[in-house]
Design a protein around this ligand. Structure first.
Ligand SMILES: NC(=O)c1ccc[n+]([C@@H]2O[C@H](COP(=O)([O-])OP(=O)(O)OC[C@H]3O[C@@H](n4cnc5c(N)ncnc54)[C@H](OP(=O)(O)O)[C@@H]3O)[C@@H](O)[C@H]2O)c1
Length: 336
C-alpha cells in the first residue's frame, strides 16, 4: 500500500512519526526543503508532551514519482483546489484523499476529485511546528487524548478506508462516524471558540479557558455555533466522549454558570495548544479563519441565525492579517 502525508508540518510530522514507528511505510511530503532534509538526515524530532526521534522517509512534491493509494492531506485548506489538482496524476482509480484539516474541508477536495475518492478526519490534539524536522506535541500523549474521528464522504473503497483507520490507530483512538457532518461540527465549534480566540489574543487554549472574560466569550461563540446546527438540522456528535450540546447549550443563567465551570476541566489535556494560525500570521500569510469562524458565519447566513461574535473574530483576524492590529489580549475589548 503506497501512503503519503501531504503537508507534513506541525501535525503531519508527528502523525508520520507514530505511523512509521508502528512499522508502516509512509512518505512525509513537504515543500520545505530544509525540513525534508532534516527529516531524512536526523529523523522526525518530536518534542513537548512526549520526546522521541523517529527515522522517517521524507520527500518534496517534486520528488513524487509513484501513484498513491492513500494521501492524508495536512496542508492548510486555503489552497486545496490547486493542491488537490496537482495530486491528480499521482492517484490511482480508487485512491483516497483523506482531508485531516480543520473546518468543513471535504467539499473542496471532492469538487476536484469526486466524492468517492474523498473522506475526512478530525484530529482532536494539537502541535506546534518548529521547522527543520522538529514538531512539538501540545496535548497529553495518551490514546484517549490523541483521538481521530473519521468518516466517508462518498462511496469510498472499504479496503483503503479501513487501512487509514489502521494507520491512525498507531497513534490514538479512532472513531468511525456514520454522521460525520455531526462530528465535523463538534470539532468546528471548539475551533471557532478556542482557535478563534487564540489567534486574536496570542494566548493558548488553557489561558483562554482560565480567564473569566475569554471563557465567557468562548462559551458564547460555541452557543452561536449550536444555534446554527439546530437551525440546520445537524445532529452534533460527542467529541472525545463529551456531548457538547448537553454540557454547553445553556438556556438560563444557572446552566450558563455550570457550562462556564466545565470549560477549564474539558480543556485541561489540551491547555498548551495555540492556534496554528498564529504561525501563519508570524510568516505574513493569510490564515484559515474563513474556513473556521467564517464557515460558521456562512452557515448562519444560510440558516438565518445571527453569529455576531464569529463575525467579529473573522473581522479582527483580517485586520491582523493586514497589519492594522496585533494579536493581543486587549483585542477582547473589540468583541464587546
Ligand atoms: N496545529 C494544530 O494544533 C492543529 C490541530 C488540529 C488540526 N489542525 C489542522 O491540521 C491542518 C495542518 O495544520 P498544521 O498546524 O500541521 O499546519 P502546518 O504546520 O502549516 O503544516 C502544513 C505543512 O504543509 C506545507 N505545505 C503547504 N503547502 C504545501 C504544498 N503545496 N506542498 C507541500 N507542502 C506544503 C507547509 O509548508 P510551509 O511552512 O512552507 O507553508 C507546512 O509545513 C490544518 O488544517 C489545521 O487546521 C491543526
Amino acid at each position: 500500500m503506497k501512503v503519503g502525508i501531504y503537508g507534513a508540518g506541525a501535525m503531519g510530522t508527528i502523525l508520520g512519526a507514530y505511523i512509521t514507528k508502528a512499522g508502516y511505510e509512509i512518505d512525509l511530503i513537504n515543500r520545505n526543503e530544509e525540513h525534508v532534509k532534516a527529516l531524512n538526515e536526523i529523523g522526525a524530532q518530536i518534542i513537548g508532551k512526549i520526546e522521541f526521534v523517529q527515522t522517517v522517509k521524507a520527500i518534496t512534491p517534486n520528488e513524487i514519482k509513484d501513484k498513491y493509494d492513500i494521501i492524508l492531506l495536512m496542508t492548510k485548506q486555503k489552497h486545496n483546489k490547486e493542491i488537490v489538482e496537482s495530486l491528480i496524476p499521482f492517484l490511482k482509480e480508487k485512491s483516497l484523499i483523506c482531508t485531516m484539516q480543520n473546518g468543513l474541508p471535504e467539499k473542496s477536495v471532492a469538487d476536484v476529485i469526486g466524492k468517492d475518492k474523498t473522506c475526512g478526519c478530525t484530529m482532536s490534539w494539537g502541535a506546534t511546528f518548529h521547522g527543520k524536522g522538529i514538531s512539538e506535541l501540545t496535548s497529553e500523549p495518551n490514546r484517549e487524548t490523541l483521538t481521530f474521528s473519521i468518516g466517508k464522504y462518498g462511496n469510498n473503497d472499504d479496503l483503503l478506508f479501513n487501512y487509514i483507520v489502521e494507520l491512525l490507530n498507531s497513534m490514538g483512538e479512532v472513531t468511525i462516524e456514520n454522521n460525520f457532518t455531526g462530528a465535523r461540527w463538534a470539532k468546528l465549534m471548539i475551533n471557532a471558540a478556542f482557535s478563534g480566540l487564540s489567534v486574536i489574543t496570542d494566548a493558548n487554549f488553557g489561558e483562554i479557558a482560565k480567564n473569566k472574560e475569554s471563557r465567557l466569550f468562548a462559551l458564547k461563540i460555541i452557543k452561536e455555533c449550536i444555534e446554527v446546527t439546530k437551525a440546520g438540522g445537524i445532529k452534533v456528535e460527542p467529541l472525545q466522549g463529551k456531548d457538547i450540546i448537553k454540557l454547553l447549550d445553556y438556556n438560563n443563567k444557572f446552566k450558563r454558570y455550570i457550562s462556564l465551570m466545565l470549560i477549564p476541566l474539558a480543556m485541561k489535556k489540551h491547555r498548551l495548544i495555540k492556534s496554528s494560525m498564529l504561525r501563519d500570521l508570524k510568516e505574513g500569510r493569510k490564515t484559515e479563519i474563513e474556513a473556521i469562524n467564517g464557515m460558521v458565519c456562512e452557515h448562519g447566513d444560510l440558516f438565518n441565525v445571527d453569529t455576531p461574535l464569529n463575525d467579529k473574530i473573522v473581522s479582527i483576524v483580517h485586520l491582523i492579517e493586514d497589519n492594522k492590529l496585533k494579536s493581543s489580549w486587549s483585542n477582547l475589548e473589540l468583541l464587546k
